[in-house]
Design a protein around this ligand. Structure first.
Ligand code: SF4
Length: 359
C-alpha cells in the first residue's frame, strides 16, 4: 500500500527544486485556495474564529473571493503549471456559490483538486463532480457522537447525522474516483472518543482518518500542558482501533505528537522557508500568504492580488521579494505545519554538488 503523507513529496518535482537552488522562484507545486471565510459551523478549536487562539488575527468572516476573480485565479494556476489545489478554509469552501464552476475550471485545466470541508454541503452536483474527478475530499468531524459533535462544532444535534449521511453517500457513489477521508482534531472535549471515531470512519466507508492535536497556543509549554492529560489515552485508543480496523486498505494517520516534542516543533533555526516557495495560500481576502500557519496574519502576507493577477504577482518579482524578506528564525516561533519538510529541503538545497554522487 503506497503512502499518502510524506515530507518528501516535493522531490517528485526536481525542476522546481532546481529553480530554488538557483535562486529563482518557480510556480508553486500546490496552492491552498480559500474561496470564502463563511462557515456554518463554529468549532471550539477553530484558530480563525475563537478569540485567544493563535492564528488568523486579521481574518474578516465576511470575506469571499468574487466568482470572476476566482475563475481568473484558476486560469492562472492552470497556465502556470500548478500541479494541485486544495480548497480549504477560512470558512467552508463548499459555502462559496461558485465552488462548482471553480472546481470544473481547475480540473479542466489539468490541476489535481482536493477539498477540506465540514461536510455539511457535500451533496448534490458538487459532491457528484468531486467524487468523479477530484483526488480526495477530507471532512472535518472531530466527534463520534451527536452530542459531542454539536458541542464542539456549535451546531444542532441533527448535523452529525446529516454529515455522516453525506460521507456515506459520497463513499458509496458509483464510479467514484476521489478518496474520502475524515479529520479529527483532538481536544480535551473529544479525546475520549478518538478510538470510537476511527471505527465510525471505517463504518461510513472512509478510506482514511487523520488525527492531529489541537493547537491552542503559540507557547509550546502551554500547548504541551493542554495535551498532556489525554495524550497517552488517545494514543492507546487509536492504536487499538487501528489494530481492529483490518488490512483492507483503510488507513489511520495518527499525527498526534508527544507533548514534549512541541518545543522542537515551535523552533525555527533557519533563515529561509523553501516550503513557502512550493506551496502557497491564496485567501478569501485576495491576499497571498506564506503558509497555512500564517494565513490572515500580517507577518505572513506576501501581497494582495485584489487588483492584479496571481501569475503577475508570483512570477513578476513581488512574491520572490516578499519571500526573501520572510525570516522564519525571526517570525515563525509558533506551530509550523511545514517544519519537517523544511528540514529535509534545506538539507537537500544546501548539499555541495561535488559531494552529491557519494551516496
Ligand atoms: S510558519 Fe513554517 S511554513 Fe510558514 S513561513 Fe514560517 S517556516 Fe515557512
Amino acid at each position: 500500500m503506497k503512502g499518502i503523507y510524506s515530507s518528501l513529496k516535493a522531490f517528485r518535482f526536481p525542476d522546481r527544486l532546481a529553480a530554488i537552488a538557483e535562486g529563482r522562484l518557480p510556480p508553486p507545486i500546490h496552492v491552498r485556495l480559500k474561496p470564502t471565510n463563511r462557515c456554518g459551523h463554529r468549532c471550539s478549536y477553530c484558530c480563525f474564529r475563537t478569540p485567544g487562539l493563535p492564528m488568523g488575527a486579521a481574518m474578516d468572516e465576511r470575506d469571499e473571493i468574487p466568482e470572476p476573480k476566482l475563475l481568473e485565479i484558476a486560469d492562472d494556476l492552470a497556465s502556470m503549471g500548478v500541479a494541485a489545489v486544495t480548497l480549504s478554509g477560512g470558512g467552508d469552501p463548499l459555502c462559496h456559490p461558485a465552488v462548482l464552476p471553480l472546481a470544473e475550471r481547475l480540473l479542466s485545466g489539468g490541476v489535481a483538486l482536493a477539498v477540506l470541508t465540514n461536510g455539511s454541503r457535500l451533496e448534490g452536483p458538487i459532491a457528484t463532480a468531486l467524487a468523479a474527478r477530484a483526488s480526495w475530499v477530507r471532512v472535518s468531524m472531530d466527534a463520534a457522537t451527536p452530542g459531542t459533535y454539536a458541542a464542539i462544532r456549535g451546531v444542532a444535534r441533527g448535523e452529525f447525522d446529516r454529515v455522516c449521511a453525506n460521507v456515506a453517500a459520497f463513499a458509496a457513489m458509483q464510479g467514484r474516483k476521489a478518496a474520502i477521508g475524515l479529520n479529527y482534531v483532538v481536544t480535551r472535549e473529544n479525546a475520549a472518543e478518538a478510538g470510537a471515531f476511527v471505527a465510525l470512519a471505517r463504518g461510513l466507508g472512509a478510506a482514511h482518518v487523520k488525527l492531529s492535536a489541537a493547537v491552542v497556543s503559540r507557547d509550546p509549554a502551554e500547548n504541551a500542558a493542554y495535551q498532556a492529560p489525554f495524550f497517552e489515552d488517545v494514543k492507546r485508543a487509536v492504536a487499538e482501533a487501528r489494530a481492529r480496523s483490518g488490512t483492507d486498505g483503510f488507513r489511520v494517520a495518527d499525527k498526534v505528537h508527544a507533548p514534549d516534542s512541541a518545543e522542537e516543533g515551535f523552533r525555527r533555526g533557519y533563515a529561509t522557508c523553501p516550503t513557502a516557495r512550493l506551496l502557497t495560500v491564496i485567501a478569501a481576502d485576495a491576499s497571498v500568504y506564506s503558509c497555512q500557519d500564517k494565513a490572515y496574519e500580517p507577518d505572513g502576507c506576501l501581497g494582495s492580488i485584489r487588483d492584479r493577477r496571481f501569475a503577475d504577482f508570483w512570477l513578476g518579482g513581488d512574491a520572490a521579494r516578499a519571500l526573501d524578506a520572510l525570516r522564519p528564525d525571526r517570525v515563525c516561533g509558533h506551530h509550523c505545519v511545514a517544519h519537517g519538510k523544511n528540514l529535509v529541503l534545506l538539507e537537500y538545497l544546501g548539499l555541495d554538488g561535488d559531494h552529491a554522487p557519494f551516496v
